[in-house]
Write a protein that binds this ligand. Structure first.
Ligand SMILES: C[S@@+](CC[C@H](N)C(=O)[O-])C[C@H]1O[C@@H](n2cnc3c(N)ncnc32)[C@H](O)[C@@H]1O
Length: 255
C-alpha cells in the first residue's frame, strides 16, 4: 500500500498493492483514520508509548487508550480492577488515582516478575493503599485462584490483560479470568495492534497471527455471554467514531 499526502490539493491518495487508487479529502474522517494508523505504526517503531508517566510512574500506553479506559472506569465504577502486567506500575497507579477520586474501588496487579526497584516505587507511592501486587504467572492456577479468592461474589470487576501478548497466553488469560467479569463490565485484551505492526521496525513477522486480537476473536467464537464492543464515547461532538488505539478488538463486554 502507498499513501500520498497532497497538502496542496488537500487530498490523500491511497494505492493498493494492485495499483488501484482511492482519493480522499485530506480533511475527511477516512483520511484521518488512514493517517492515524500510519501514525500508530510509526509511533510504535519509535517507542512513543514508552514516553509517558502517571503520577511519577511510567505507564506504557497510548494516551488515547488511557483516556478511553478512564471513561469506562468512571462509567462502570468497578469495585475491583484486575490487571495482568504491572511493569513499572504506572497503569496501576492510574487506576488507583481514579479509585481515590471516585471514592470507590481497588486494584490488583499481577506480574510474573516485579523487579525490586519497581516494587519499591509502587509500595512507596501515596496511592499504594489501593493496590495489591501479586507476583507470578497470570495463568498459573495458583495465582488465578489467589486473585479470585480476594474478590467478593457481589463485587463489580473489570479485567485488563496486558502481560504476555502471545495469542496462546492471552487466550488462556481470557478463559481464566472471564468468569469474574461482572455483567456490563469488560475483559480487555490489550495490544491487538500487534496484528498491524508485524512489518514495522520493532515488529515481528509472527505478530500477523500471534497476537491478542486473534486470541479475543477465538475466545468470542466459543462464547455467547461476551460481545466485542468498542465502549461508547462519553462525549463526542465530532463525526469520528473509532478509537486511535493499541487495543483494537480488545473490549469484550459481558452480557
Ligand atoms: C506491557 S508490560 C505492562 C505494562 C503496564 N500494564 C503499563 O501499562 O504500564 C508487560 C508486563 O507483563 C509481564 N508478564 C510477562 N509474562 C507474564 C505472565 N506470564 N504473567 C504475568 N505477567 C507477565 C512482564 O513482566 C511485563 O512487566
Amino acid at each position: 500500500m502507498r499513501l500520498l499526502i497532497d497538502t496542496t490539493e488537500q487530498r490523500l491518495v491511497r494505492y493498493d498493492d494492485a495499483g488501484n487508487e482511492a482519493i480522499y479529502d485530506l480533511y475527511s474522517k477516512e483520511a484521518f483514520e488512514l493517517l492515524s494508523m500510519q501514525w500508530v505504526r510509526l509511533g510504535w517503531s519509535l517507542k512513543h508509548e514508552y514516553t509517558f508517566s502517571w503520577m511519577g510512574r511510567p505507564i506504557i500506553q497510548l494516551p488515547e487508550d488511557v483516556m478511553r479506559v478512564q471513561e469506562v472506569i468512571y462509567r462502570i465504577k468497578p469495585d475491583v480492577i484486575v490487571e495482568t502486567g504491572v511493569a513499572h506500575g504506572g497503569s496501576l497507579i492510574f487506576y488507583a488515582s481514579l479509585c481515590k477520586a471516585m471514592g470507590k474501588g481497588r486494584v490488583v496487579g499481577i506480574d510474573i516478575e516485579i523487579r525490586p526497584h519497581n516494587r519499591k516505587a509502587i509500595e512507596d507511592h501515596e496511592l499504594f493503599s489501593y493496590i495489591t501486587l501479586v507476583e507470578g504467572s497470570s495463568i498459573d492456577p495458583g495465582i488465578v485462584s489467589l486473585v479470585k479468592g480476594g474478590i467478593g461474589k457481589d463485587e463489580r470487576v473489570l479485567v485488563i490483560l496486558d502481560s504476555n501478548h502471545t495469542k496462546g497466553h492471552v487466550l488462556a488469560e481470557l478463559k481464566a479470568y472471564c468468569d469474574i467479569v461482572s455483567p456490563g463490565s469488560y475483559i480487555v485484551a490489550t495490544d491487538g495492534i500487534m496484528k498491524d505492526l508485524h512489518d514495522v521496525p520493532r515488529g515481528s513477522k509472527e505478530w500477523s497471527f500471534d497476537n491478542p486480537f486473534e486470541a479475543a476473536r477465538e475466545f468470542l467464537a466459543t462464547r455467547s455471554d461476551f460481545v466485542l464492543e468498542q465502549p461508547p464515547w462519553t462525549f463526542n461532538e465530532s463525526t469520528l467514531d473509532q478509537n486511535i488505539t493499541h487495543w483494537p478488538g480488545a473490549w469484550l463486554r459481558k452480557l
